[in-house]
Design a protein around this ligand. Structure first.
Ligand code: HEC
Length: 178
Protein backbone atom coordinates (compact mmCIF):
# COMPACT_ATOMS: atom_id res chain seq x y z
CA UNK A 1 0.00 0.00 0.00
CA UNK A 2 2.55 2.42 1.18
CA UNK A 3 4.90 1.87 -1.67
CA UNK A 4 2.06 2.21 -4.16
CA UNK A 5 0.87 5.44 -2.56
CA UNK A 6 4.49 6.56 -2.64
CA UNK A 7 4.91 5.89 -6.34
CA UNK A 8 1.64 7.65 -7.20
CA UNK A 9 2.75 10.70 -5.24
CA UNK A 10 6.19 10.45 -6.79
CA UNK A 11 4.73 10.34 -10.29
CA UNK A 12 2.54 13.35 -9.63
CA UNK A 13 5.41 15.37 -8.32
CA UNK A 14 7.55 14.30 -11.18
CA UNK A 15 4.95 15.34 -13.74
CA UNK A 16 4.44 18.69 -11.98
CA UNK A 17 8.15 19.33 -12.04
CA UNK A 18 8.23 18.34 -15.69
CA UNK A 19 5.37 20.71 -16.57
CA UNK A 20 7.12 23.58 -14.79
CA UNK A 21 10.41 22.75 -16.42
CA UNK A 22 8.84 22.64 -19.88
CA UNK A 23 6.90 25.87 -19.42
CA UNK A 24 10.10 27.59 -18.27
CA UNK A 25 11.84 26.46 -21.44
CA UNK A 26 8.87 27.65 -23.55
CA UNK A 27 8.99 31.09 -21.97
CA UNK A 28 12.73 31.36 -22.64
CA UNK A 29 12.22 30.28 -26.26
CA UNK A 30 9.41 32.82 -26.72
CA UNK A 31 11.49 35.65 -25.30
CA UNK A 32 14.47 34.79 -27.51
CA UNK A 33 12.23 34.45 -30.57
CA UNK A 34 10.47 37.80 -30.09
CA UNK A 35 13.84 39.46 -29.48
CA UNK A 36 15.28 38.18 -32.74
CA UNK A 37 12.10 39.21 -34.54
CA UNK A 38 12.29 42.78 -33.32
CA UNK A 39 16.03 42.86 -34.05
CA UNK A 40 15.24 41.84 -37.61
CA UNK A 41 12.52 44.47 -37.88
CA UNK A 42 14.96 47.05 -36.55
CA UNK A 43 17.28 46.38 -39.49
CA UNK A 44 14.52 47.23 -41.93
CA UNK A 45 14.18 50.93 -42.66
CA UNK A 46 10.86 52.18 -41.27
CA UNK A 47 9.84 53.71 -44.63
CA UNK A 48 10.52 50.39 -46.36
CA UNK A 49 8.48 48.53 -43.77
CA UNK A 50 5.62 50.98 -43.44
CA UNK A 51 5.06 52.39 -46.90
CA UNK A 52 6.50 49.71 -49.13
CA UNK A 53 5.31 46.88 -46.86
CA UNK A 54 8.50 44.92 -47.43
CA UNK A 55 9.35 42.49 -44.64
CA UNK A 56 10.71 39.63 -46.69
CA UNK A 57 12.65 38.95 -49.89
CA UNK A 58 11.02 40.30 -53.08
CA UNK A 59 11.54 39.53 -56.76
CA UNK A 60 12.03 42.38 -59.23
CA UNK A 61 12.21 42.63 -63.02
CA UNK A 62 15.92 42.60 -63.93
CA UNK A 63 15.94 43.49 -67.63
CA UNK A 64 12.43 43.66 -69.10
CA UNK A 65 13.10 40.32 -70.80
CA UNK A 66 11.74 37.93 -68.24
CA UNK A 67 14.80 37.72 -65.99
CA UNK A 68 14.35 38.61 -62.34
CA UNK A 69 16.48 39.29 -59.28
CA UNK A 70 15.78 38.88 -55.56
CA UNK A 71 16.25 41.67 -53.04
CA UNK A 72 16.09 41.45 -49.26
CA UNK A 73 14.43 44.04 -47.01
CA UNK A 74 17.94 44.99 -45.85
CA UNK A 75 19.09 45.65 -49.42
CA UNK A 76 16.01 47.81 -50.01
CA UNK A 77 16.77 49.65 -46.77
CA UNK A 78 20.31 50.27 -48.01
CA UNK A 79 18.82 51.57 -51.29
CA UNK A 80 16.49 53.85 -49.37
CA UNK A 81 19.44 55.32 -47.39
CA UNK A 82 21.42 55.86 -50.59
CA UNK A 83 18.41 57.57 -52.16
CA UNK A 84 18.08 59.81 -49.12
CA UNK A 85 21.74 60.85 -49.34
CA UNK A 86 22.17 61.17 -53.10
CA UNK A 87 18.86 61.77 -54.81
CA UNK A 88 16.20 63.18 -52.51
CA UNK A 89 17.17 66.83 -53.06
CA UNK A 90 15.78 66.64 -56.57
CA UNK A 91 13.53 63.59 -56.31
CA UNK A 92 11.62 63.99 -53.06
CA UNK A 93 8.60 61.67 -53.03
CA UNK A 94 9.54 60.41 -56.51
CA UNK A 95 9.00 63.80 -58.12
CA UNK A 96 11.67 65.52 -60.23
CA UNK A 97 11.85 69.07 -58.95
CA UNK A 98 13.99 70.58 -61.75
CA UNK A 99 11.82 68.89 -64.41
CA UNK A 100 8.43 67.69 -63.07
CA UNK A 101 7.59 66.17 -66.47
CA UNK A 102 10.22 63.45 -65.96
CA UNK A 103 9.16 62.09 -62.57
CA UNK A 104 10.11 58.70 -61.10
CA UNK A 105 6.54 57.34 -61.36
CA UNK A 106 6.19 53.82 -62.70
CA UNK A 107 4.43 55.03 -65.87
CA UNK A 108 7.18 57.52 -66.62
CA UNK A 109 9.91 54.96 -66.03
CA UNK A 110 8.10 52.48 -68.24
CA UNK A 111 7.61 54.91 -71.13
CA UNK A 112 11.19 56.19 -71.20
CA UNK A 113 13.51 55.13 -74.05
CA UNK A 114 14.87 52.60 -73.27
CA UNK A 115 12.40 51.64 -70.48
CA UNK A 116 13.64 52.29 -66.93
CA UNK A 117 11.09 50.18 -65.06
CA UNK A 118 13.59 47.39 -64.38
CA UNK A 119 16.83 47.05 -62.39
CA UNK A 120 19.31 47.07 -65.28
CA UNK A 121 17.52 49.95 -67.02
CA UNK A 122 17.83 52.05 -63.88
CA UNK A 123 21.46 51.03 -63.25
CA UNK A 124 22.46 51.92 -66.81
CA UNK A 125 20.66 55.27 -66.42
CA UNK A 126 22.38 56.06 -63.12
CA UNK A 127 25.80 55.25 -64.57
CA UNK A 128 25.09 57.51 -67.54
CA UNK A 129 21.91 59.62 -67.32
CA UNK A 130 20.23 60.13 -70.69
CA UNK A 131 17.39 62.39 -71.83
CA UNK A 132 13.87 60.93 -71.70
CA UNK A 133 13.93 59.95 -75.38
CA UNK A 134 17.36 58.35 -74.93
CA UNK A 135 18.86 60.51 -77.68
CA UNK A 136 21.64 62.20 -75.69
CA UNK A 137 23.36 62.51 -72.32
CA UNK A 138 21.69 64.73 -69.77
CA UNK A 139 23.61 66.72 -67.18
CA UNK A 140 20.57 67.52 -65.06
CA UNK A 141 20.48 64.25 -63.15
CA UNK A 142 23.31 63.02 -60.92
CA UNK A 143 25.70 60.60 -62.59
CA UNK A 144 26.78 57.82 -60.23
CA UNK A 145 30.30 56.57 -61.04
CA UNK A 146 31.45 53.06 -59.95
CA UNK A 147 34.00 54.60 -57.57
CA UNK A 148 31.16 56.42 -55.80
CA UNK A 149 28.69 53.52 -55.55
CA UNK A 150 29.48 49.86 -56.20
CA UNK A 151 27.40 47.66 -58.53
CA UNK A 152 25.60 46.18 -55.52
CA UNK A 153 24.85 49.65 -54.16
CA UNK A 154 23.37 50.99 -57.42
CA UNK A 155 21.31 47.80 -57.70
CA UNK A 156 19.97 48.32 -54.18
CA UNK A 157 19.21 51.93 -55.11
CA UNK A 158 17.45 50.79 -58.29
CA UNK A 159 15.48 48.20 -56.30
CA UNK A 160 14.33 50.91 -53.91
CA UNK A 161 13.28 53.31 -56.71
CA UNK A 162 11.42 50.55 -58.55
CA UNK A 163 9.61 49.30 -55.44
CA UNK A 164 8.73 52.83 -54.34
CA UNK A 165 7.37 53.55 -57.84
CA UNK A 166 5.20 50.45 -57.55
CA UNK A 167 4.05 50.79 -53.98
CA UNK A 168 4.64 54.11 -52.25
CA UNK A 169 1.45 56.16 -52.02
CA UNK A 170 1.69 59.28 -54.21
CA UNK A 171 5.22 58.43 -55.48
CA UNK A 172 6.12 60.57 -58.48
CA UNK A 173 2.65 61.93 -59.09
CA UNK A 174 2.83 65.15 -61.06
CA UNK A 175 0.53 66.88 -58.60
CA UNK A 176 2.63 67.71 -55.56
CA UNK A 177 0.89 65.97 -52.74
CA UNK A 178 3.59 66.23 -50.12
C1 HEC B 1 20.39 67.87 -59.15
C2 HEC B 1 19.12 67.24 -59.24
C3 HEC B 1 19.09 65.72 -59.36
C4 HEC B 1 19.70 64.79 -58.54
C5 HEC B 1 20.57 65.03 -57.34
C6 HEC B 1 19.30 63.51 -59.05
N1 HEC B 1 18.49 63.66 -60.14
FE1 HEC B 1 17.63 62.16 -61.21
N2 HEC B 1 16.87 63.51 -62.51
C7 HEC B 1 17.01 64.88 -62.41
C8 HEC B 1 16.45 65.50 -63.60
C9 HEC B 1 16.39 66.99 -63.89
C10 HEC B 1 15.97 64.45 -64.41
C11 HEC B 1 15.37 64.57 -65.80
C12 HEC B 1 16.56 64.59 -66.74
C13 HEC B 1 16.24 64.66 -68.18
O1 HEC B 1 15.26 64.01 -68.62
O2 HEC B 1 17.00 65.34 -68.90
C14 HEC B 1 16.22 63.22 -63.68
C15 HEC B 1 15.87 61.98 -64.14
C16 HEC B 1 15.98 60.82 -63.41
C17 HEC B 1 15.46 59.52 -63.80
C18 HEC B 1 14.64 59.21 -65.04
C19 HEC B 1 13.18 59.32 -64.72
C20 HEC B 1 12.28 58.85 -65.84
O3 HEC B 1 11.02 58.98 -65.70
O4 HEC B 1 12.77 58.36 -66.86
C21 HEC B 1 15.83 58.63 -62.83
C22 HEC B 1 15.53 57.14 -62.80
C23 HEC B 1 16.59 59.37 -61.85
N3 HEC B 1 16.66 60.70 -62.22
C24 HEC B 1 17.14 58.80 -60.74
C25 HEC B 1 17.98 59.50 -59.87
C26 HEC B 1 18.68 58.85 -58.79
C27 HEC B 1 18.60 57.37 -58.44
C28 HEC B 1 19.42 59.81 -58.18
C29 HEC B 1 20.36 59.66 -57.02
C30 HEC B 1 21.52 58.86 -57.27
C31 HEC B 1 19.16 61.07 -58.86
N4 HEC B 1 18.29 60.83 -59.89
C32 HEC B 1 19.70 62.30 -58.50
C33 HEC B 1 17.59 65.57 -61.38
C34 HEC B 1 18.35 64.99 -60.36
Amino acid sequence: MRTRFGTVLGKRMLSRILVRYISCILVVILVLFSRSLSAQAANIDSYVRRYLHITEQITLDLDGQGNTKEFSPQQLSDGKQLFATNCINCHVGGATLPDPEVSLSLTKLKQATPPRDNINGLVVFMRQPMTYDGSEETYWCRQVAPRVLSQQQVENLAAFVLTAAKKAPGWGTEVFSN
